[in-house]
Design a protein around this ligand. Structure first.
Ligand code: FEO
Ligand code: CA
Ligand code: CA
Length: 647
């Protein structure tokens, strides 16, 4: 989601009020401190001469795509991109074709949803390593009503029917994809194709908060069934071949005065109060918190579902906690337990980790079905000595007691943010995607930016710079590296209580000495990034970072894009741009086929900008039809010579 002052990442109660001014002296200090750590990590200031000398040291062999912002997208020289699927494409034989002036909720339930975000590729058949046929899971995060429908203008005044389309355009899609005649296509009417939305099928609730009175609503008196899923942002894949999908900015859908409800403190902490005039709540009581005060408690979870079984029930796994889950990255620990990492994307929020009690059984897929229902949720504290402590959020331990309003573990999970406040977690610069490098076992947190990060003497303690978020008024973001003990790859102990951490890179222009940017040597003028958001690893363990908000966070404006880098060796933190997004779009869902030869990208919210709307969008990508709005779309990027991406 691009930057608006009233966007859902801006309204949490923990934000500092008023404008934050950078303290230059403190910023210098922070930079010096960073340089100390950076030297140890092999980082270097990218001086132009040195950059020239080092330019060939990355293992990525392509030249940067250009960074200009315009209506069209572009790939690096030697690469091509093709369209796999677009918003509104019919998934089933009987589904209607896309007609932007005649959409309905019922039609949209049978078509590909809006604002594609996280993606995961599952080879077909199950258990194979196919790189030419598989299932693509896609999250649909939110809607741009003013780009989807005529006559909306800048901000939402949707009709009831348009709200129904929006609900149906949210959620998840599973599509079969195949390379046919050398081109990637989605397979219409595949038996695997499926839509799950914000208004359709019921989702089950499992884990410690399932059935709790605070999860019971007018829709469901049992607290175990929820209508659909909302704001599915990033996600993850389990080792047993299911999808994890994070429900992020759920608060933005609810209207009414939350301060009048028994959940006032809880709702304020998640920013539910901020949208009293939310359009859905105008027509649907479900979204009016005065009439249905517990309904927001039924979102903000991680959803698990099985893409290989189109009849399976999606489940909200409450043991992983309730917050604005950017994603949910699942890794196996050396003893067989699994860890799930998740960022809570809002200014000054936290990084979480869940570790299962039970162990992953690679021989019996079904035995892992409920592994994520029992375990320990923790939150990260990044200390100045380079250690990272995982602080458990367990009812009865420390401050998490009835005296502080936590009667049971269900309360701890429902109000995970308040629990994390009390145990002393480190407030981060909007932690977005978190992902583990399968080769090294090191895990990376994309801190997208936080222009409200204040100086060390700011009145509000949580807003002050800290070692892991060292830049006052950060507009360009940074990447934090979490280093588990135990060894590389499968030996990395993701269940350990104490890790080490470092700063992997600081975003911004390395040629501008005032930017505070830090990379490895050799980043070119089109290769630097701002506002890191999603992240994925290719089969060789190289990191691919997509950005969201670069046009507004970098000056002059540059297109959002996808950037590759090594994480080790001389190419460490030497970012290179392989893709540039069309105007207004962020790049999401990077994911690779097992052979590393296809890179799927989800291009989200093309045309999103101030003053851009259905009638006069800033781009009509990808169709460029005068009578059609821009359409979020999934593309496949390949090397023209058919080789591995990056080779
Ligand atoms: Fe949905 Fe934080 O991006
Ligand atoms: Ca994101
Ligand atoms: Ca984002």
């Amino acid at each position: 989601m691009a930057e608006f002052e009233d966007d859902p990442e801006s309204i949490g109660i923990a934000r500092p009020m008023g404008r934050v001014f950078g303290d230059i002296a403190q910023e210098r200090l922070s930079r010096r401190a960073l340089l100390g750590g950076a030297a140890a990590a092999g980082l270097a200031a990218a001086l132009p001469e040195e950059a020239q000398a080092q330019a060939g040291r990355s293992s990525l062999k392509f030249a940067d795509a250009d960074s200009v912002m315009n209506a069209q997208d572009r790939v690096a020289p030697g690469y091509k991109r093709s369209f796999v699927i677009k918003w509104g494409d019919p998934l089933f034989a009987d589904a209607p074709g896309f007609d932007p002036r005649a959409q309905s909720g019922a039609k949209q339930e049978r078509q590909f949803g809006y604002n594609n975000d996280f993606m995961a590729f599952f080879p077909l058949p199950y258990g194979s390593r196919s790189s030419t046929r598989g299932l693509l899971h896609v999250n649909h995060e939110y809607c741009n009503g003013n780009l989807m429908f005529p006559g909306i203008g800048e901000r939402g005044n949707q009709t009831k029917e348009q709200c129904e389309v929006e609900m149906a355009a949210h959620g998840l899609s599973t599509i079969e994809v195949a390379k046919i005649g050398g081109e990637w296509r989605f397979v219409r009417d595949s038996k695997f194709n499926r839509r799950l939305s914000g208004s359709g099928e019921m989702f089950h609730v499992s884990g410690p908060a399932a059935g709790h009175p605070r999860l019971r609503s007018n829709e469901d008196r049992t607290g175990t069934l929820v209508v659909g899923t909302l704001n599915n942002c990033a996600g993850g894949v389990t080792p047993w071949g299911t999808v994890l999908s994070g429900e992020e900015n759920f608060n933005g859908y609810f209207g009414g005065d939350a301060a009048k409800t028994p959940e006032a403190r809880n709702h304020a902490r998640y920013g539910v109060q901020a949208y009293q005039g939310a359009p859905w709540a105008t027509y649907f009581e479900r979204f009016n918190v005065e009439k249905n005060p517990n309904e927001p408690n039924r979102y903000g979870w991680v959803v698990e579902y099985d893409p290989y079984d189109p009849k399976s029930s999606p489940v909200k796994r409450t043991a992983l906690g309730r917050f604005k889950h950017e994603g949910a990255t699942c890794v196996v620990c050396p003893d067989g337990r699994v860890a799930v990492y998740s960022g809570d994307d809002e200014r000054f929020e936290y990084v979480y980790r869940f570790v299962s009690s039970g162990k992953f059984d690679p021989k019996n897929r079904r035995a892992n079905r409920d592994l994520l229902d029992e375990g320990t949720l923790s939150v990260a504290r990044f200390d100045a000595d380079g250690s990272l402590r995982w602080l458990p959020l367990v009812h009865g331990q420390g401050p998490l007691t009835a005296a502080n309003g936590f009667e049971t573990q269900a309360d701890v999970l429902i109000e995970a943010r308040r629990a994390a406040d009390l145990v002393g977690a480190t407030p981060m610069d909007r932690p977005e995607d978190v992902e583990t490098n399968p080769v090294t076992g090191r895990t990376y947190v994309m801190c997208t930016y936080n222009e409200r990060r204040a100086a060390a003497d700011a009145a509000e303690a949580r807003t002050r710079v800290n070692p892991a978020n060292p830049r006052v008024g950060s507009r360009t973001g940074h990447v934090v590296e979490m280093i588990p003990p135990g060894g590389r790859g499968a030996k990395a102990d993701h269940a350990a209580d104490v890790f080490r951490w470092d700063i992997f890179l600081m975003g911004g222009d390395p040629a501008d000495p005032a930017s505070g940017a830090k990379y490895g040597a050799g980043v070119g003028p089109n290769g630097w990034l701002a506002a890191p958001d999603n992240v994925a690893f290719d089969p060789k363990g190289r990191m691919w970072i997509s950005t969201d908000g670069m046009p507004t966070q970098a000056s002059p404006a540059r297109a959002d894009g996808l950037f590759g880098t090594d994480t080790e060796g001389p190419g460490r933190a030497v970012t290179k741009r392989i893709y540039g997004a069309p105007s207004g779009a962020e790049v999401c869902g990077p994911c690779f086929t097992p052979d590393g030869k296809t890179l799927f990208l989800a291009i989200q919210h093309p045309g999103e900008a101030r003053g851009s709307n259905y009638e006069n969008p800033s781009t009509r990508w990808p169709d460029f039809r005068d009578d059609w709005p821009p359409r979020p779309s999934v593309i496949a990027v390949e090397k023209i010579d058919g080789g591995e991406i990056g080779s």
